[in-house]
Each structure stands twice: as structure tokens, then as C-alpha cells.
Design a protein around this ligand. Sequence first.
Ligand code: FE2
Ligand code: FE2
Length: 374
Amino acid sequence: MTRIIEKNRKQLKEAIRIYRYEQGHGYDETIKHFEKEFGRKMARKVYNELRDEMQDKEQKKFIADLDSDSWGCIPPLSEATTTPFSKIVDGGDCYRYIRMDEPGLTVSDGMVGIKLSQPTKTVSGSRVKLVVGLPDLHLPYKPETALAPSAKAAIKWCQDNKPDEIVLMGDFMSFKCISHWDAMYPGRKKNDFLSRDIQHGNYVLDMLQGITSKITYLRGNHEAWLDQYRDKDPQARDGIYELESVFRIYDRRIDLIPENVEYRVGKSMFVHGHRVGMYHARWTADDFGENVFYGHTHDIQSHSKSKRAGSEPIIAHSCGCLCDENPDYLRNKPNRWAAGFLIMYGRDDGSFTYYVPQIVGGRFIGLNGKEYAG
Ligand SMILES: [Fe+2]
Ligand SMILES: [Fe+2]
């Protein structure tokens, strides 16, 4: 009898894993889906077990990352010294970009050596990981300018504080030039070119890779526009219009997360966001049932979900945007967009402290009292 229950439990856990984490259904939806057959109590219990196991796995990976201490080499030297960023071979067949003026870089006989890991920060004996979330950059800001002033200010903060990881929270690119929304206004597109937008995107990715070696890129709905554009023309299906190829995602060793799939960091998750409307933070908290940080709405809003006595709080927080807050397609209409980004310090146990500074007029003051202006 016990063996049968155990077998059912294992099957249920695997089914929940696929339904929740591979197919991307929300927490409430998952429980509802399985409670008919297994009962609500059992479905929730097994769900919680699975979530803890996955967090444990993530945490071990996080600690392993902190402990990693690798060296790289890059021939030839002439190529390395002519560009601010260069590929560095890490072990065998993997490589990533480094700044050639990075402190600790040693150069000799055409080989470059550098300690690749960030110095470990500690608080009360616990190692601390700094993760920055950059929501909705919608590159480029203007046809000739990659970054909005708010984005420049946020990146300056990153340059000062050297995050262990930067998460692009979706809509990194605008892809306005191929937008279906502007199809009836061809005049708006006369200064836009896809190739130039892609150049802007690569320029900013180069810049971010000069700050940190770990970039995670969440696809947003604007990234999906590139897929839609490709699908309209069979001749375009040769990789030219694939995000992976135009941004050399694999060469850069960037983790690309599919649209609407959550990316976990300790006891929180990052998503691009799918809800809009007055109470999107509340609805997002209900959808995920866990701490969740998101963009997409371009405003700053948070909602803490009611919880059992003694359990940890759950919060959903939209982190603003880093784009033009009055784009031409809004035709000067009032909106509630607000510039901001996410600063998160995580502990070994997955817990974290976060801040979402609001950027007004391209300026904000960091917690150290220093002003950052774009
Ligand atoms: Fe957006
Ligand atoms: Fe979006």
C-alpha cells in the first residue's frame, strides 16, 4: 500500500514539474488541474516539495558559481589589444567577452590571463550575490541613440557596483521598425532600419558584458515581433532574423529564456510579465504564488500576497522601464510609465533584499548617496 502511494506521489511530482515548469502554467492553475484527481491537500504538498527541491538545486548551482575561479587565454594578442572587448577562451570550447582594461588582467606571449570570478562579498558570514534586473529597454531609444537617459543612469550604477548577474527582463529590443502596430503609419518608420537596431543591441550587449560575465535575457513580446516578421516571409527563414544569430547569443554565452517562462534566482523568479490593467501586481502575485519581479507594464507597482501566519511573505513587483517614456506611437497621451530597475542582493539560502529606485528625468540617487545621471 505504502509503495503504491509512493509511486503515485512520484508520478504526480513529475506531472506537476512538466505542467508548471515546462509548460509554464501558473501556481493556482496547476493546483486546480491536479486537485480533481489527487485532492487539493496532496497537490499542494507535492507542489511545495518540488519547489523546495528546485530551489535547493538552484542554490547549489549558485554556490558552485561563486566558488568558480577560472582562467582563460586568448590568442592572438594583436586582435585582443585593438578592441575594448575581446573573446576569452574559458577552458576548451567555451568563450566569453572580457574588457581588455579589466583590473587583474595579465598579458604575456600572446596569452591573456585573468581571474574571471567576482570578489566574494559576505554579510553575517553568508555570501551575497548581486543581481540587477533591467526591464524594457526597448532599444534603440532614438534611431541614432541606443539608450534612454534612464537606461544610461542604471548602467552607470551597474558599472560602479559590478553585479554578479544582469537579467534583461524582456523587451530589450523595441523592433519598432517591424512593428505590426505601426503598419498603417509608414511615415513613422522612415528613419528606422532593422540592421541599425541590431547594431544598437549588440553595442549594449558588449557594454553589459564588460560589466559582468553573466547575462540572462528573457524574451518579451517585442522579441516575438522578430519571429512574426520572419514567419511572414519564407525567404527570411535562414537565421538572419533569429534573435540567437543576430546577437550571437551562444557565442556570448548568454542564457536566453523563452517568452513567458520564469527565470529563478533563489527564492524569487523573474518574468517579462503578461498582465496589464489597474491591479496587475495583484493578479501577477495570484498567478505565480511566489515572489516575482517583472516588467512589461512599464510602471512601478507592488502587491504582497496574503499568507499563513508564520510563513514568508510573497511579493509581486513590477520594476518600471528603461525606455522612452513618451514614444511617438502614444501621441503624447498621458500614461503611468515610470523608469526604474531592480537591485537584488541574495543570500546563500535564497532569501534576498531588493530595491527598485525610480529614475526621474534620467537621474536617481543610489543608496550610497551618489547621483547617477544618464
Ligand atoms: Fe515593454
Ligand atoms: Fe512587454
